[in-house]
Design a protein around this ligand. Structure first.
Ligand SMILES: Nc1ncnc2c1ncn2[C@@H]1O[C@H](COP(=O)(O)OP(=O)(O)O)[C@@H](O)[C@H]1O
Ligand SMILES: O=c1ccn([C@@H]2O[C@H](COP(=O)(O)O)[C@@H](O)[C@H]2O)c(=O)[nH]1
Length: 211
């Protein structure tokens, strides 16, 4: 039985904090329930008109780099139980791919991304706001390993981007939004107790809405 209104959960925190890992763990724990995950990264602006040199200079940790208007429109469609054609982002080429993913509506929508709580229009849609809080050094190490393996980067490019934009933007735009969180989850995916409490809260809301 579907619940009356889908539940929207926002999982934010710095790059490499474990947002994706936590979100995937929640989805696994909620097996059998109707759940979908939306990455805010999918809504980075299209840059196909720019050269590769220009794209490499973009500040991807500033709120203006994201098309939050499209994200909010599509979230409202999912909340109204309408399917969406979610854009797909290509990290290697720093632009939107020509593909789209059809996302069907679900009872639980997990939205994860670095800049979820900066804009009140987006924040106000979220039923539960989670901030994954992981030390800067761990986040940097994890990002370095992941970006080289999965996002086509070199050690130098990861270090330069981190010092030029990722770190300063984190302290300017991401960390200050911790105060909006309902739940602060230290250590991300390793925090089994915290994730268990979040799972219990989601199940409680689901059960109340099904009754
Ligand atoms: N607790 C952890 N211990 C070790 N590695 C982790 C842990 N949590 C996440 N990772 C790894 O760190 C990288 C970044 O994690 P991810 O969940 O993608 O972070 P985010 O979505 O916040 O950028 C991934 O390669 C992931 O497998
Ligand atoms: O073209 C791009 C687009 C984004 N980024 C970086 O991605 C992270 C956000 O993703 P996480 O999965 O939360 O790490 C953000 O910090 C951007 O710097 C990029 O490098 N290139």
């Amino acid at each position: 039985m579907a619940i009356s209104r889908p539940m929207l959960i926002g999982v934010t925190g710095g790059s490499g904090s474990g947002k994706t890992t936590v979100s995937q763990d929640i989805i696994k724990r909620l097996e059998g329930e109707s759940v979908v995950m939306i990455p805010q990264d999918a809504y980075y602006r299209d840059q196909s008109e720019k050269s590769m040199t220009e794209r490499r200079k973009t500040n991807y940790d500033h709120p203006d780099s994201l098309d939050n208007d499209l994200l909010i429109t599509q979230l409202k469609q999912l909340l109204n139980r309408e399917a969406i054609d979610q854009p797909v982002y290509d990290y290697t080429n720093h632009t939107r791919s020509s593909e789209k993913i059809r996302v069907e509506p679900a009872d639980v929508i997990i939205l994860e991304g670095v800049l979820l709580f900066t804009e009140s229009n987006l924040r106000d849609l979220l039923d539960i706001k989670v901030y994954v809080d992981t030390d800067d050094d761990l986040r940097f190490i994890r990002r370095m390993q992941r970006d080289i393996v999965e996002r086509g980067r070199t050690v130098d490019s990861v270090v330069n981007q981190y010092l030029e934009t990722v770190k300063p933007m984190y302290h300017q735009f991401v960390e200050p939004t911790k105060r909006y969180a309902d739940i602060i989850l230290p250590e991300g995916g390793a925090n089994v107790v915290g994730i268990g409490m979040l799972e219990a809260q989601i199940r409680d809301i689901l059960n109340k809405n099904k009754a």
